[in-house]
Design a protein around this ligand. Sequence first.
Ligand code: OSB
Ligand code: MG
Length: 382
Amino acid sequence: MEPAPTPAFPLEHEVVGTVDRVELVTVRLPFVAPFAISTAVWTVKEALLLRLEADGVTAWGECVADPDPFYAAETTATARHIITDFLLPLVAAGATLGELDRRFRHVRGNRMAKATVENALVDLIAKRTGRPLHELLGRPRARIMSGISIGLQDSPAALLAAVEEAVATGYHRVKMKVQRGKDVEYVRAVRERFPEVPLMVDANGDYTLADAEHLARLDEFGLTMIEQPLSYSDIYQHSILQQRLATPLCLDESIHDLDDAAAAIALGACRVLNVKQGRVGGLLESLRIVAHAAAHGIPVWSGGMDETGIGRAVNIHLQTVEGFTLPGDTSETRRYFAEDIVEPPVVLDAGGFIEVPHGPGFGVTVVDDRVDKFTIHRERLR
Ligand code: OSB
Ligand code: MG
């Protein structure tokens, strides 16, 4: 008899079981401090959570969409619609995650909604079989690198104070948000005070190709990369810009799936990739992107979306995968929330590393009282 073909990626052959109860819960957690990027300022984290129950096991998936379309086109409301009306009806007991992934392709785009369903099903499968997520990914438990994303600040002095605290905490690299008018002089201030800290900037699409000469002024600061300088939907113009800059470009918003990543790499539009599993449709698509990038010598790191402890835990497990060679946007819980909905919180160890949470599934415990306290909407679907 022919041996069964080896699945191309871990997760693909995992089987979805029956689900007894399905709920969508929207939580709103206050941020410790407002988080500003070139297109938005957020003072609270609003997240859509998918809660599954089966055989007394509870599993969760967090959607990374914001309530507004200022970072990505999807919102918590569009995700709720797509999950309820199109994705959940495709989930059938007995199907593998690989089959489900193929079914989900019939629904175009909406990758944040897809990731939410995939994540919750992965958590359920992992918990039912008593395995931690990194084990489903075929990876040993390991510590991962840390990184911080510092939002736009009112002055270079305020930025320096934030970077000072980040360096003192032990983060492996610092990312600072930039926008027109808050770029070269802000970066210069940080570089003069911290000549050695691994530093990068993220513009969230605030510039155009006409700014190429201005952006080239950043080359003198030895940045590890410039993230998404041009439009949220562009790949081609980034390939032109990359030819004019010594600093590597990194794409975030423009990459929704493996095809986008492959196009960006083929065009030379970036030399680094930010993989947010919640943006690209989930863990399985992330594995494909990371494998493709590694095969083409492109380093990858895990971005973040200011997730609660649920999504944060997923990002941490994913970073045990080979190919995540750079520190990502994975920071301590206390940087975002005075009180999170999970235990334990994410903390840095003495070396600035983050431990992968222990236990089945994502390895964190969702505290029901806290979910209740922060819930603004709850709906039972099944
Ligand atoms: O562009 O990476 C981004 C947060 C929200 C939306 C977009 C971005 C970010 C971050 C913060 O930079 C990442 C994090 O700390 O989770
Ligand atoms: Mg970004």
